[in-house]
Design a protein around this ligand. Structure first.
Ligand code: SF4
Ligand code: SF4
Length: 204
């Protein structure tokens, strides 16, 4: 009899502890999202497919000087760079790192010829073949490649994973421009409608 009571007490205690843990979790901030109803916003460290980096002077134009190193180096053969002659005014627009991340000095003379002379006409990635090894990002002498945070990328059609990265960069630049315009308009609206702006804190 005493053994049965002890056993029942143990079971009830265990249920109470379990319910306590569950109850606390219900009121904690949720650390997962239910996709596709919600998406993770904090993707700073996500390593998605590669993307082109825009130049400082014009974010819609890639820093890429179409040297072809990434294409030659890619073990999966998933990069295609079509080269075009760049307009002369871009000569000052290229961003060249003196040293690659691998620690090998970039031959300056080689890039003297490249800067402003060439640019990618098309830059195509077949993401369906990419192993995300990072060779292209690490070895690009112009710092023109990085991993994207493009996490929600699903399709049943393999052709959808063939990406024109130059076109994508132009789209991203346009989106960023529109977002900045909207931010500035909102800032101006808030400033004009703000009681503080009218009252003038400067008179305090
Ligand atoms: S992304 Fe870099 S390595 Fe690839 S072609 Fe352009 S400059 Fe060369
Ligand atoms: S990450 Fe690796 S496999 Fe993918 S494109 Fe770059 S070099 Fe090729």
């Amino acid at each position: 009899m005493f053994g049965a009571i002890t056993k029942a007490y143990g079971a009830l205690k265990s249920i109470a502890v379990g319910l306590g843990i569950t109850g606390r979790a219900v009121f904690q901030e949720q650390s997962t999202v239910i996709y596709p109803m919600a998406e993770v916003k904090n993707l700073g460290h996500y390593r998605g497919h590669i993307e082109l980096v825009g130049s400082d002077a014009d974010p819609a134009r890639p820093r890429c000087v179409a040297c072809g190193q990434c294409m030659d180096m890619c073990p999966s053969g998933c990069i295609t760079v079509e080269t075009a002659m760049a307009p002369a005014e871009l000569k000052t627009n290229a961003f060249i790192r003196a040293e690659s991340i691998m620690g090998q000095l970039t031959p300056a003379a080689h890039f003297d010829v490249m800067i402003g002379e060439r640019e990618p006409k098309r830059f195509v990635l077949d993401y369906s073949a990419c192993s995300l090894c990072g060779q292209c990002v690490r070895n690009c002498p112009a710092g023109a490649l990085r991993f994207s945070t493009h996490a929600y990328f699903l399709s049943r059609d393999r052709a959808d994973f063939v990406l024109d990265l130059k076109e994508r960069l132009a789209g991203q630049a346009e989106q960023a421009r529109q977002a900045e315009q909207a931010r500035q308009a909102e800032q101006a609206r808030q400033a004009s409608g703000s009681p503080q702006a009218e009252g003038g804190r400067t008179h305090e």
